[in-house]
Design a binder for this molecule. Sequence first.
Ligand code: ADP
Ligand code: ZN
Length: 436
Amino acid sequence: MKVPVWNPAVEFLEREALERLQLANLRKTVAWALKTPFYRRRLAEVGLHRPEDIASLRDLRDIPYTTKEDLRESYPRGLLAVDLEQVVRLHTSSGTTGMPTVIHHTQADLDAWTELVARCIVATGASRRDVFQNMTNYGLFTGGLGLHYGAERVGMLVIPASSGNTSRQVQLMRHFQTSVVHATPSYLLHLHSALMDEDTDTSPPSLRKAFIGAEPHSEETRRKIETLFEIEAYNSYGLSEMNGPGVAFECLYKTGLHLWEDAYLLEVIDPDSLRPCAEEETGEIVLTTLQRQATPLLRYRTRDLSHLVGGHCPCGRSHRRLARIKGRSDDMLIVNGVNVFPSQIEEALMKAPEVGTNYLIQVEKRGALDRLAVKTEVHAALFAGDARVLSDLRERIAERIRAAVLVKPSIELHEPGSLPVSEGKARRVLDLRPAF
Ligand code: ADP
Ligand code: ZN
Protein backbone atom coordinates (compact mmCIF):
# COMPACT_ATOMS: atom_id res chain seq x y z
CA MET A 1 0.00 0.00 0.00
CA LYS A 2 1.33 3.45 -0.88
CA VAL A 3 1.48 5.55 2.27
CA PRO A 4 -0.18 8.95 1.80
CA VAL A 5 1.95 11.71 3.30
CA TRP A 6 1.83 15.50 3.46
CA ASN A 7 5.38 16.42 4.41
CA PRO A 8 7.70 13.43 3.82
CA ALA A 9 10.86 15.39 4.65
CA VAL A 10 9.71 15.88 8.24
CA GLU A 11 7.42 12.90 8.75
CA PHE A 12 10.08 10.34 7.83
CA LEU A 13 13.02 12.26 9.33
CA GLU A 14 15.48 9.85 10.98
CA ARG A 15 15.43 9.91 14.77
CA GLU A 16 18.88 11.43 15.07
CA ALA A 17 18.05 14.33 12.76
CA LEU A 18 14.68 14.71 14.44
CA GLU A 19 16.35 15.03 17.84
CA ARG A 20 18.79 17.63 16.49
CA LEU A 21 15.84 19.61 15.21
CA GLN A 22 14.12 19.25 18.59
CA LEU A 23 17.16 20.60 20.40
CA ALA A 24 17.39 23.63 18.10
CA ASN A 25 13.67 24.26 18.51
CA LEU A 26 13.85 23.81 22.28
CA ARG A 27 16.51 26.51 22.50
CA LYS A 28 14.32 28.84 20.46
CA THR A 29 11.39 28.04 22.73
CA VAL A 30 13.42 28.81 25.84
CA ALA A 31 14.43 32.13 24.26
CA TRP A 32 10.75 32.98 23.69
CA ALA A 33 9.80 31.78 27.17
CA LEU A 34 12.46 34.01 28.75
CA LYS A 35 10.53 36.99 27.39
CA THR A 36 7.70 36.29 29.84
CA PRO A 37 8.06 37.37 33.49
CA PHE A 38 6.58 34.01 34.54
CA TYR A 39 9.24 31.87 32.87
CA ARG A 40 12.07 34.34 33.57
CA ARG A 41 11.40 33.81 37.26
CA ARG A 42 10.79 30.06 36.99
CA LEU A 43 13.89 29.41 34.92
CA ALA A 44 16.12 31.67 37.05
CA GLU A 45 15.23 29.49 40.05
CA VAL A 46 16.99 26.56 38.34
CA GLY A 47 19.89 28.64 37.03
CA LEU A 48 18.64 28.86 33.46
CA HIS A 49 19.19 32.36 32.10
CA ARG A 50 20.00 31.92 28.42
CA PRO A 51 18.88 29.48 25.70
CA GLU A 52 22.52 28.35 25.34
CA ASP A 53 22.26 26.95 28.88
CA ILE A 54 20.38 24.06 27.24
CA ALA A 55 23.23 21.83 26.03
CA SER A 56 21.25 18.71 25.19
CA LEU A 57 17.68 17.39 25.23
CA ARG A 58 18.45 15.81 28.61
CA ASP A 59 18.66 19.30 30.11
CA LEU A 60 14.93 19.53 29.65
CA ARG A 61 14.67 17.56 32.89
CA ASP A 62 16.01 20.55 34.86
CA ILE A 63 13.15 22.73 33.71
CA PRO A 64 10.23 22.90 36.16
CA TYR A 65 6.81 21.66 35.04
CA THR A 66 4.08 24.07 33.98
CA THR A 67 0.60 23.23 35.27
CA LYS A 68 -2.95 24.17 34.40
CA GLU A 69 -2.96 26.25 37.62
CA ASP A 70 0.08 28.21 36.35
CA LEU A 71 -1.88 29.02 33.20
CA ARG A 72 -4.93 29.99 35.19
CA GLU A 73 -2.88 32.24 37.48
CA SER A 74 -1.26 33.88 34.47
CA TYR A 75 -4.68 34.65 32.96
CA PRO A 76 -5.13 36.60 30.74
CA ARG A 77 -1.73 37.65 29.39
CA GLY A 78 0.93 36.55 31.85
CA LEU A 79 2.41 34.03 29.43
CA LEU A 80 2.48 36.24 26.37
CA ALA A 81 5.99 36.21 24.87
CA VAL A 82 5.50 38.67 21.98
CA ASP A 83 4.16 42.20 21.57
CA LEU A 84 0.41 42.31 21.46
CA GLU A 85 0.56 43.75 17.92
CA GLN A 86 2.04 40.47 16.72
CA VAL A 87 -0.85 38.44 18.08
CA VAL A 88 -3.55 37.62 15.53
CA ARG A 89 -5.82 35.25 17.45
CA LEU A 90 -6.50 33.73 20.82
CA HIS A 91 -8.21 30.51 21.80
CA THR A 92 -9.27 29.13 25.15
CA SER A 93 -9.82 25.62 26.42
CA SER A 94 -13.37 24.34 26.86
CA GLY A 95 -13.12 24.67 30.62
CA THR A 96 -14.14 21.05 31.21
CA THR A 97 -12.31 21.00 34.54
CA GLY A 98 -12.48 24.62 35.65
CA MET A 99 -11.61 28.10 34.47
CA PRO A 100 -10.51 28.05 30.81
CA THR A 101 -6.88 28.64 29.90
CA VAL A 102 -5.93 31.10 27.15
CA ILE A 103 -3.39 30.67 24.35
CA HIS A 104 -2.29 33.51 22.04
CA HIS A 105 -1.07 32.94 18.47
CA THR A 106 1.03 34.91 15.97
CA GLN A 107 0.43 34.38 12.25
CA ALA A 108 3.48 32.09 12.19
CA ASP A 109 1.95 30.06 15.04
CA LEU A 110 -1.29 29.62 13.12
CA ASP A 111 0.61 28.63 9.96
CA ALA A 112 2.62 26.02 11.86
CA TRP A 113 -0.53 24.65 13.48
CA THR A 114 -2.27 24.43 10.10
CA GLU A 115 0.67 22.47 8.71
CA LEU A 116 0.39 19.93 11.55
CA VAL A 117 -3.33 19.46 10.98
CA ALA A 118 -2.72 18.99 7.24
CA ARG A 119 -0.26 16.20 8.04
CA CYS A 120 -2.86 14.47 10.23
CA ILE A 121 -5.59 14.67 7.60
CA VAL A 122 -3.41 13.28 4.83
CA ALA A 123 -2.05 10.50 7.09
CA THR A 124 -5.57 9.01 7.21
CA GLY A 125 -5.73 8.82 3.43
CA ALA A 126 -8.07 11.81 3.08
CA SER A 127 -7.17 14.19 0.26
CA ARG A 128 -8.15 17.23 -1.77
CA ARG A 129 -10.73 15.05 -3.53
CA ASP A 130 -12.75 14.80 -0.32
CA VAL A 131 -15.65 16.89 0.90
CA PHE A 132 -15.03 17.62 4.55
CA GLN A 133 -17.83 18.51 6.95
CA ASN A 134 -16.54 19.90 10.20
CA MET A 135 -19.14 19.20 12.88
CA THR A 136 -17.32 20.72 15.82
CA ASN A 137 -17.96 24.11 17.32
CA TYR A 138 -16.45 27.10 15.52
CA GLY A 139 -15.34 29.65 18.06
CA LEU A 140 -13.02 29.66 20.99
CA PHE A 141 -13.03 25.85 20.94
CA THR A 142 -10.05 24.81 18.82
CA GLY A 143 -11.65 21.84 17.03
CA GLY A 144 -13.58 24.08 14.64
CA LEU A 145 -11.02 26.51 13.24
CA GLY A 146 -8.11 24.10 13.81
CA LEU A 147 -9.41 21.38 11.49
CA HIS A 148 -10.91 23.97 9.16
CA TYR A 149 -7.64 25.61 8.19
CA GLY A 150 -5.81 22.27 7.98
CA ALA A 151 -8.46 20.89 5.62
CA GLU A 152 -8.33 24.00 3.43
CA ARG A 153 -4.57 23.74 3.25
CA VAL A 154 -4.92 20.16 2.03
CA GLY A 155 -7.35 21.49 -0.58
CA MET A 156 -10.47 19.70 0.57
CA LEU A 157 -13.87 21.21 -0.04
CA VAL A 158 -14.70 22.36 3.48
CA ILE A 159 -18.24 22.65 4.85
CA PRO A 160 -17.93 24.66 8.08
CA ALA A 161 -21.11 23.18 9.55
CA SER A 162 -20.07 23.70 13.17
CA SER A 163 -21.79 21.65 15.87
CA GLY A 164 -25.44 20.86 16.53
CA ASN A 165 -28.52 21.18 14.34
CA THR A 166 -28.52 17.52 13.47
CA SER A 167 -31.14 17.63 10.73
CA ARG A 168 -29.15 20.29 8.90
CA GLN A 169 -25.97 18.26 9.28
CA VAL A 170 -27.72 15.33 7.61
CA GLN A 171 -29.06 17.54 4.84
CA LEU A 172 -25.61 19.00 4.15
CA MET A 173 -24.10 15.52 4.06
CA ARG A 174 -26.67 14.34 1.55
CA HIS A 175 -26.71 17.44 -0.67
CA PHE A 176 -22.95 17.87 -0.93
CA GLN A 177 -21.81 14.21 -0.74
CA THR A 178 -19.74 14.66 2.37
CA SER A 179 -17.02 12.03 2.45
CA VAL A 180 -15.11 12.96 5.63
CA VAL A 181 -16.48 14.33 8.91
CA HIS A 182 -14.92 15.58 12.11
CA ALA A 183 -16.94 15.27 15.32
CA THR A 184 -16.82 14.06 18.88
CA PRO A 185 -17.52 10.32 19.07
CA SER A 186 -20.59 10.96 21.22
CA TYR A 187 -22.03 13.35 18.63
CA LEU A 188 -21.48 10.89 15.79
CA LEU A 189 -23.33 8.21 17.71
CA HIS A 190 -26.15 10.65 18.28
CA LEU A 191 -26.14 11.57 14.59
CA HIS A 192 -26.53 7.93 13.72
CA SER A 193 -29.64 7.58 15.90
CA ALA A 194 -31.03 10.68 14.19
CA LEU A 195 -30.40 9.13 10.78
CA MET A 196 -32.24 5.99 11.84
CA ASP A 197 -35.20 8.09 13.04
CA GLU A 198 -35.36 9.69 9.62
CA ASP A 199 -36.51 6.33 8.24
CA THR A 200 -34.22 6.65 5.27
CA ASP A 201 -32.51 3.61 6.82
CA THR A 202 -28.96 4.37 5.69
CA SER A 203 -26.22 6.83 6.42
CA PRO A 204 -25.12 8.97 3.47
CA PRO A 205 -23.37 6.60 1.04
CA SER A 206 -20.66 9.14 0.20
CA LEU A 207 -19.28 9.06 3.76
CA ARG A 208 -16.03 7.11 4.12
CA LYS A 209 -14.04 8.54 7.03
CA ALA A 210 -14.47 10.26 10.37
CA PHE A 211 -11.97 12.02 12.58
CA ILE A 212 -13.06 11.53 16.17
CA GLY A 213 -11.60 13.17 19.22
CA ALA A 214 -11.86 15.86 21.91
CA GLU A 215 -13.12 13.37 24.49
CA PRO A 216 -12.03 9.99 25.80
CA HIS A 217 -13.57 7.01 24.05
CA SER A 218 -12.88 3.32 23.88
CA GLU A 219 -11.84 1.05 21.02
CA GLU A 220 -15.35 -0.44 21.24
CA THR A 221 -16.89 2.97 20.60
CA ARG A 222 -14.66 3.49 17.58
CA ARG A 223 -15.72 0.08 16.25
CA LYS A 224 -19.33 0.90 16.86
CA ILE A 225 -19.00 4.11 14.83
CA GLU A 226 -17.20 2.25 12.06
CA THR A 227 -19.81 -0.48 11.89
CA LEU A 228 -22.85 1.76 12.14
CA PHE A 229 -21.71 4.13 9.38
CA GLU A 230 -19.60 1.58 7.47
CA ILE A 231 -16.63 3.95 7.51
CA GLU A 232 -13.11 4.19 8.94
CA ALA A 233 -12.74 6.30 12.08
CA TYR A 234 -9.40 7.84 13.14
CA ASN A 235 -8.56 9.04 16.62
CA SER A 236 -7.54 12.69 16.89
CA TYR A 237 -5.85 14.04 20.01
CA GLY A 238 -5.14 17.60 20.91
CA LEU A 239 -5.64 20.24 23.55
CA SER A 240 -5.95 23.98 23.32
CA GLU A 241 -2.81 24.50 25.41
CA MET A 242 -0.91 22.75 22.56
CA ASN A 243 -2.87 24.66 19.84
CA GLY A 244 -5.74 22.17 19.62
CA PRO A 245 -6.19 19.30 17.17
CA GLY A 246 -3.06 18.29 15.28
CA VAL A 247 -0.97 17.15 18.25
CA ALA A 248 -1.33 13.41 17.61
CA PHE A 249 -3.39 11.46 15.08
CA GLU A 250 -3.79 7.96 13.80
CA CYS A 251 -2.49 7.10 10.36
CA LEU A 252 -4.08 4.57 8.00
CA TYR A 253 -2.73 1.70 10.10
CA LYS A 254 -4.35 2.82 13.40
CA THR A 255 -1.50 1.50 15.53
CA GLY A 256 -1.53 4.43 17.94
CA LEU A 257 -1.46 8.20 17.51
CA HIS A 258 1.67 9.66 15.87
CA LEU A 259 2.70 12.72 17.85
CA TRP A 260 4.48 15.39 15.77
CA GLU A 261 7.79 15.48 17.54
CA ASP A 262 9.26 18.40 15.61
CA ALA A 263 6.48 20.52 17.14
CA TYR A 264 6.08 18.93 20.57
CA LEU A 265 8.58 17.41 22.95
CA LEU A 266 6.95 14.42 24.56
CA GLU A 267 7.46 12.98 28.03
CA VAL A 268 5.34 10.45 29.92
CA ILE A 269 5.71 10.65 33.69
CA ASP A 270 4.32 8.99 36.78
CA PRO A 271 1.90 11.68 38.05
CA ASP A 272 2.75 10.94 41.70
CA SER A 273 6.51 10.39 41.77
CA LEU A 274 7.11 12.53 38.62
CA ARG A 275 9.72 10.05 37.38
CA PRO A 276 9.76 9.19 33.65
CA CYS A 277 7.70 6.14 32.68
CA ALA A 278 9.10 3.24 30.71
CA GLU A 279 7.81 2.57 27.19
CA GLU A 280 4.36 0.92 27.41
CA GLU A 281 3.94 2.13 31.02
CA THR A 282 0.89 4.36 31.49
CA GLY A 283 1.47 7.83 32.88
CA GLU A 284 0.70 11.50 32.41
CA ILE A 285 1.56 13.12 29.09
CA VAL A 286 3.87 16.13 29.44
CA LEU A 287 4.40 18.32 26.39
CA THR A 288 6.71 21.20 25.50
CA THR A 289 5.84 23.40 22.53
CA LEU A 290 8.72 23.57 20.06
CA GLN A 291 7.37 26.00 17.49
CA ARG A 292 5.09 28.44 19.24
CA GLN A 293 6.18 32.04 19.61
CA ALA A 294 3.30 33.81 21.30
CA THR A 295 2.65 31.34 24.13
CA PRO A 296 5.57 28.96 24.60
CA LEU A 297 4.88 26.26 27.20
CA LEU A 298 7.61 24.24 28.84
CA ARG A 299 6.89 20.78 30.23
CA TYR A 300 3.16 21.30 30.38
CA ARG A 301 1.40 18.67 32.49
CA THR A 302 -1.64 17.77 30.41
CA ARG A 303 -3.19 15.46 33.06
CA ASP A 304 -4.04 13.12 30.18
CA LEU A 305 -3.07 9.50 30.69
CA SER A 306 -1.56 7.28 28.02
CA HIS A 307 1.58 5.36 27.18
CA LEU A 308 4.09 5.17 24.38
CA VAL A 309 3.60 2.40 21.85
CA GLY A 310 6.78 0.42 21.19
CA GLY A 311 8.13 -0.71 17.84
CA HIS A 312 7.60 0.87 14.44
CA CYS A 313 4.45 1.73 12.56
CA PRO A 314 4.20 0.11 9.11
CA CYS A 315 3.69 3.60 7.61
CA GLY A 316 7.37 4.32 8.27
CA ARG A 317 6.88 7.65 10.07
CA SER A 318 9.58 8.24 12.67
CA HIS A 319 7.33 10.20 15.04
CA ARG A 320 6.45 8.07 18.04
CA ARG A 321 2.93 6.95 18.88
CA LEU A 322 0.71 7.38 21.89
CA ALA A 323 -1.84 4.78 22.84
CA ARG A 324 -5.50 5.82 22.98
CA ILE A 325 -5.94 8.36 25.82
CA LYS A 326 -7.26 6.56 28.86
CA GLY A 327 -8.76 9.71 30.38
CA ARG A 328 -7.54 12.53 32.55
CA SER A 329 -5.92 11.90 35.89
CA ASP A 330 -8.67 14.08 37.39
CA ASP A 331 -11.44 12.01 35.70
CA MET A 332 -10.71 9.12 37.97
CA LEU A 333 -13.57 8.33 40.32
CA ILE A 334 -12.94 6.82 43.70
CA VAL A 335 -15.91 4.63 44.52
CA ASN A 336 -15.82 3.14 48.00
CA GLY A 337 -12.04 3.38 47.85
CA VAL A 338 -11.67 1.72 44.45
CA ASN A 339 -10.17 3.69 41.56
CA VAL A 340 -12.49 3.68 38.57
CA PHE A 341 -11.88 5.27 35.17
CA PRO A 342 -15.02 6.14 33.19
CA SER A 343 -13.25 4.79 30.08
CA GLN A 344 -13.11 1.30 31.65
CA ILE A 345 -16.87 1.40 32.20
CA GLU A 346 -17.45 2.56 28.64
CA GLU A 347 -15.33 -0.25 27.26
CA ALA A 348 -17.24 -2.90 29.21
CA LEU A 349 -20.58 -1.35 28.34
CA MET A 350 -19.96 -1.09 24.61
CA LYS A 351 -19.10 -4.77 24.43
CA ALA A 352 -22.79 -5.59 24.91
CA PRO A 353 -24.36 -5.62 21.42
CA GLU A 354 -27.74 -4.50 22.82
CA VAL A 355 -26.27 -1.25 24.09
CA GLY A 356 -27.20 1.84 22.10
CA THR A 357 -25.32 5.06 21.54
CA ASN A 358 -25.58 7.06 24.76
CA TYR A 359 -24.87 6.44 28.43
CA LEU A 360 -24.31 8.22 31.72
CA ILE A 361 -22.36 7.25 34.84
CA GLN A 362 -23.73 8.50 38.15
CA VAL A 363 -22.21 8.32 41.62
CA GLU A 364 -24.21 9.11 44.74
CA LYS A 365 -23.82 8.81 48.46
CA ARG A 366 -26.20 6.35 50.14
CA GLY A 367 -25.53 6.52 53.88
CA ALA A 368 -21.82 5.99 54.33
CA LEU A 369 -21.38 4.23 51.00
CA ASP A 370 -20.94 5.38 47.43
CA ARG A 371 -23.38 4.00 44.93
CA LEU A 372 -22.41 3.65 41.28
CA ALA A 373 -25.18 3.66 38.69
CA VAL A 374 -24.84 3.31 34.94
CA LYS A 375 -27.70 4.50 32.77
CA THR A 376 -27.58 3.34 29.20
CA GLU A 377 -29.75 3.44 26.13
CA VAL A 378 -30.50 0.07 24.56
CA HIS A 379 -32.26 -0.91 21.35
CA ALA A 380 -35.96 0.01 21.35
CA ALA A 381 -37.11 -3.50 20.41
CA LEU A 382 -36.01 -4.83 23.80
CA PHE A 383 -38.73 -2.89 25.60
CA ALA A 384 -41.48 -4.57 23.60
CA GLY A 385 -40.54 -8.08 24.71
CA ASP A 386 -40.38 -10.10 27.92
CA ALA A 387 -39.36 -8.15 31.06
CA ARG A 388 -37.01 -11.00 31.95
CA VAL A 389 -34.88 -10.19 28.90
CA LEU A 390 -34.30 -6.73 30.33
CA SER A 391 -33.44 -7.96 33.80
CA ASP A 392 -31.03 -10.54 32.36
CA LEU A 393 -29.38 -7.84 30.30
CA ARG A 394 -29.06 -5.57 33.34
CA GLU A 395 -27.38 -8.36 35.24
CA ARG A 396 -25.03 -9.21 32.37
CA ILE A 397 -23.93 -5.59 31.94
CA ALA A 398 -23.46 -5.11 35.69
CA GLU A 399 -21.31 -8.23 35.88
CA ARG A 400 -19.20 -7.15 32.92
CA ILE A 401 -18.54 -3.77 34.50
CA ARG A 402 -17.78 -5.40 37.85
CA ALA A 403 -15.20 -7.62 36.17
CA ALA A 404 -13.57 -4.53 34.65
CA VAL A 405 -13.58 -2.07 37.56
CA LEU A 406 -14.24 -4.26 40.63
CA VAL A 407 -17.33 -2.29 41.60
CA LYS A 408 -20.77 -3.59 40.70
CA PRO A 409 -23.04 -0.80 39.48
CA SER A 410 -26.79 -0.73 39.33
CA ILE A 411 -27.90 -0.59 35.71
CA GLU A 412 -30.78 1.45 34.31
CA LEU A 413 -31.89 0.72 30.76
CA HIS A 414 -33.40 3.54 28.71
CA GLU A 415 -35.08 3.88 25.35
CA PRO A 416 -33.02 5.40 22.52
CA GLY A 417 -32.97 9.20 22.61
CA SER A 418 -33.98 9.52 26.26
CA LEU A 419 -30.64 10.43 27.85
CA PRO A 420 -29.30 14.01 27.54
CA VAL A 421 -27.17 14.71 24.44
CA SER A 422 -24.36 17.21 24.24
CA GLU A 423 -23.34 18.90 20.99
CA GLY A 424 -19.74 19.29 22.07
CA LYS A 425 -17.87 17.20 24.60
CA ALA A 426 -20.19 14.67 26.20
CA ARG A 427 -20.71 14.83 29.95
CA ARG A 428 -20.56 11.18 30.86
CA VAL A 429 -20.11 11.40 34.61
CA LEU A 430 -22.45 12.92 37.15
CA ASP A 431 -20.87 12.88 40.60
CA LEU A 432 -23.63 13.80 43.05
CA ARG A 433 -21.63 13.15 46.20
CA PRO A 434 -21.36 16.18 48.49
CA ALA A 435 -17.95 17.90 48.40
CA PHE A 436 -16.20 17.98 51.74
P1 ADP B 1 -10.65 21.19 28.18
O1 ADP B 1 -9.32 20.74 28.70
O2 ADP B 1 -11.26 22.28 29.00
O3 ADP B 1 -11.61 20.08 27.85
P2 ADP B 1 -9.77 21.40 25.39
O4 ADP B 1 -10.83 21.76 24.44
O5 ADP B 1 -8.45 21.99 25.21
O6 ADP B 1 -10.33 21.87 26.79
O7 ADP B 1 -9.71 19.83 25.45
C1 ADP B 1 -8.52 19.08 25.45
C2 ADP B 1 -8.72 17.83 26.25
O8 ADP B 1 -9.69 16.97 25.62
C3 ADP B 1 -7.46 16.98 26.30
O9 ADP B 1 -6.57 17.43 27.30
C4 ADP B 1 -8.04 15.60 26.59
O10 ADP B 1 -8.35 15.45 27.97
C5 ADP B 1 -9.34 15.60 25.82
N1 ADP B 1 -9.13 14.96 24.50
C6 ADP B 1 -8.86 15.55 23.33
N2 ADP B 1 -8.74 14.64 22.33
C7 ADP B 1 -8.92 13.42 22.90
C8 ADP B 1 -8.90 12.07 22.39
N3 ADP B 1 -8.69 11.77 21.12
N4 ADP B 1 -9.09 11.08 23.28
C9 ADP B 1 -9.30 11.35 24.60
N5 ADP B 1 -9.35 12.60 25.12
C10 ADP B 1 -9.16 13.62 24.29
ZN1 ZN C 1 1.76 5.19 11.09
